[in-house]
Design a protein. Sequence first.
Length: 384
Amino acid sequence: MAHLGGPNARPRLAILGTRGVPAGHGGFETFAERLSIHLTVRGWDVTVYCQVDEGRQPSEDYWEGVKRVLVPAGRNDALGTMVFDAKATAHAARTDVLHLVLGYNTALLNALTRLRGRRLVMNMDGLEWKRSKWNAAERAWLRLNEVVGARVSHALVADHPEIARHLTRLRRADAIETIPYGADAVREASLGALDRLGLSPGGYYLTVARIEPENSLLEVVRAHRASGTNKRLVMLGRLDPAVNRYHALLREAASDACLFPGPIYEKEDVAALRYHAFAYVHGHTVGGTNPSLVEAMGAGNAVLAHENPFNRWVAGEGAIYFSDESALVAAMRRLEEEPGLRERMAAANRARHASAFTWAVVLGQYEAFLGRQWDLSREPRRQP
């Protein structure tokens, strides 16, 4: 039964901070799609703000029962996204709904939401300001937004216990809810994507990541070459060695058995590549519950993961952990040589995924949490 939030009030939610629904690509867009449909079916009135290029004024339509506010940005680039965020935040602040903002990049704008007396919940995402790709000024800007977002929001969502602990430096623990990211289980998949790339089931390691130093991809390609494996390495992600020095180093270090197909946005193809992989290599060092890792677990992958508290909590016993290139070489060799190990790791990952990371579990947690926030929004003088 849907949460009603009072005898006459139908719960109303606005979702901001993404490009909108249906999801094109990206974890937050997928989450916005799944959450908006789930809550709509459960009796909520859900609005998702969506970025479009053309038009002069915001317009409205419906998709899968979800109300979409189509906000014209005028251009499809970073400046256009900033224009969209400003217009969407101002528009949403005029409506008496619970606001869920995905990410803290618009935190300074969201101060307007708070000033208008709307109840504001912010998913604080990961530690984006720690990424080395940002210069000092950009890091300072992101860090400022994190601090402002934590202060102006009535409640915060952390997708990982380590993120929640970090946020307690900015807010009291009782204002922070920990809810991870979700993923579907993959029990079967066609071979079409593999055929197009010249791959065979179980014949390759897979990574799915933005090609950045924080994701340890240079260490991965070097370890793959040094391991002497006869399995290929498939790296999904945008590669531009002509303009990016790190990408150039990656390409130079990769063996001929390393395949760079670029980003693949067809969900069925990515799921198939996960499902048929020999193992998934997860080199992420920054962030909370990473969608790629959760999706690999849902596909029943054995996982080789960078050693850090983020990955340890998510994958648990379903991964072999590495701290550097030599440790990853040892992990690859162990996985290929130890009988039954890959199957045991896959089973552990499926069990961990089923217990904590299915969409049914995650969306149920969000519904209960947002239901409490909706109740508080009906009592404007009560502040957390």
